[in-house]
Design a protein around this ligand. Structure first.
Ligand code: C5P
Length: 231
């Protein structure tokens, strides 16, 4: 089943401490952003990529697209001050229907089988998000004193991609805007409409490159992927 993907890439990378957009940092020979784009470039079901970028970074991103042969970018949107606004700009400018994925530019290690499962689940049910089960014991402690040990079998750590049918996502963004609601992911906007969101089990290596330790991990993951591809 075909889909389009919106990729917010307009963050500042403050937690990475690089002093510039962390997506320009390289893993192996390529910027993190290029690794992420290559996943969708290779997936035949992906019919187009919409990128939210900072206007001043667009020329260097366009250079990278040319240099690394990324051909599926069908549009750019100006990134906003919050991730949700960056995604909203993509949705408004360039997406008109079908199944729509949202995926963090900073998650280059998403697996193809997870994308496939998300797309088919969203096509059936309207909304599906990637997640993994916590490995550690989970405590509820709002002020640093444990109130409860939470049953971790009932919890999920949520990642991207998050996949939706266009109509569901559009309505959710319209409602969030009308209510001035800011969520930490797209699913929250859909959940508050009362629409069920299904979780698709993802992999622990779909990490978001957030701090410098993630880059060390990222280099190892990249080597492992390259070895898998050679087999
Ligand atoms: O900051 P964080 O890693 O949570 O951001 C997740 C993704 O959202 C990144 O790919 C980042 O570039 C993007 N983002 C954005 N616009 C913002 C903030 C983050 O496009 N205002």
């Amino acid at each position: 089943m075909d889909y389009t993907v919106m990729i917010p890439a307009a963050g500042s990378g403050r937690r990475m401490g690089a002093g510039y957009n962390k997506l320009f940092l390289t893993l192996g020979e390529k910027p993190i952003l290029v690794h992420t784009l290559e996943v969708f470039e290779k997936d035949r079901a992906c019919t187009g990529i919409v990128l939210a970028v900072k206007p001043e970074e667009r020329p260097s991103i366009q250079d990278d697209l040319n240099r690394f042969g990324i051909t599926k970018v069908i549009g750019f949107a100006d990134g906003g001050s919050e991730r949700q606004y960056s995604v909203a700009a993509c949705l408004k400018a360039h997406v008109t229907g079908g199944i729509v994925l949202v995926h963090d530019a900073a998650r280059p290690f998403i697996r193809q089988f997870v994308i496939d499962e998300l797309v088919s689940t969203a096509a059936k049910f309207g909304a599906a998000i990637a997640g993994v089960k916590p490995k550690d014991t989970m405590k509820f402690a709002p002020v640093g004193i444990v109130e409860e040990t939470v049953d971790r079998d009932k919890l999920w750590i949520i990642q991207t991609p998050q996949a939706f049918s266009f109509d569901v996502l559009k309505e959710a963004f319209n409602k969030a805007k009308a209510d001035d609601f800011l969520g930490t992911d797209e699913s929250m906007l859909v959940e508050r409409m009362g629409h069920p969101v299904r979780i698709v089990e993802s992999t622990y290596d779909n990490v978001k490159m957030t701090t410098t330790e993630d880059l060390v991990f990222g280099e190892i993951l990249l080597q492992r992927r390259q070895q898998e591809d050679e087999k």
